[in-house]
Design a protein around this ligand. Structure first.
Ligand SMILES: O=C(O)CCC(=O)C(=O)O
Length: 265
């Protein structure tokens, strides 16, 4: 644990105000460099599978990571500082429901501004509830202006979409471009209005996404297929985090096709 309980409280307060916090230099770069190497063949396979029609916009690929080997790393998904902040903003006993990646390549474009989920109770005409779905993001390379930095807005996680969009249009709500070093970890409320930007370089820009849900929230569009041998080796904390995911025979761990296609609200 790098931070104290008082610091976790401060991160949680910033998160609740802004919609996100970034833990600088949090995950070891050497580990992420190994992930980057292991990611290359997965990306190649996904590009081939989607044959020029990627689901996230031009030259932008969503790839689920198999919960096996180096990807099933409790040093990442059980990180105590990340979980301490997740629990402060989304309540105790969160569920880990997603391990995947977003990768713009050269030729990618600005996405439309979007949130990743609709309000919890749209019929109220309000989005002003505590957080229920978080994304934990970290890149497998350094991200700067040239290779597709994430752009977002602060405070819009508790606003309706029309209010967020009119604020963006009038300039009352600022756009924040977030360069991230490899090793920085962003924890964000997926309701905040954000977008991917173009990667103008020849190198892919993979951004890992771990999804954590409030303990009663179920997202049918994603899951983690937990191979039986991985499940057998999980810590008690790991079993609790992964409790609503399917445990499958090892040979069925790979997914045949991405099913998470409706991603923008
Ligand atoms: O990869 C990014 O920078 C953002 C991607 C994104 O927001 C999405 O595809 O929903």
């Amino acid at each position: 644990m790098r931070y104290t309980a008082v610091e976790h409280d401060a991160f949680a307060a910033d998160f609740n105000r802004d919609s996100l916090v970034i833990l600088k230099n949090h995950f070891p770069r050497e580990k992420l460099a190994r992930w980057a190497e292991a990611f290359r063949p997965l990306l190649r396979a996904q590009v081939a599978r989607e044959e020029g029609l990627p689901s996230r916009g031009a030259q932008r690929y969503y790839v689920t990571l198999p919960f096996l080997g180096l990807w099933a790393d409790p040093g990442i998904y059980e990180d105590p500082d990340v979980l301490a902040i997740v629990e402060r903003v989304a309540g105790p006993d969160p569920v880990l429901c997603q391990l995947a990646s977003d990768t713009p390549l050269k030729g990618s474009d600005y996405q439309d501004w979007h949130a990743d989920t609709p309000p919890l109770f749209p019929e109220l005409g309000s989005n002003d509830t505590p957080s229920f779905q978080l994304a934990v993001n970290f890149a497998l390379c350094d991200v700067g202006d040239a290779n597709g930095p994430f752009e977002t807005t602060f405070g819009t996680h508790r606003m309706t979409r029309p209010k967020a969009m009119s604020g963006l249009e009038s300039g009352a709500i600022a756009q924040h471009r977030l360069p991230m070093a490899m090793g920085d970890v962003m924890i964000r409320d997926v309701r905040a209005v954000h977008r991917g930007t173009p990667n103008t370089t020849d190198e892919p820009r993979p951004m890992v996404v771990l999804g954590y849900s409030r303990r009663w929230y179920f997202r049918p569009e994603v899951n983690i297929r937990v191979p039986q041998s991985t499940w057998d080796a999980l810590s008690p904390r790991g079993r609790k985090l992964l409790r609503y995911n399917p445990v499958v025979p090892d040979e069925q761990a790979a997914i045949a096709e991405e099913s998470y296609r409706a991603f923008a609200y």
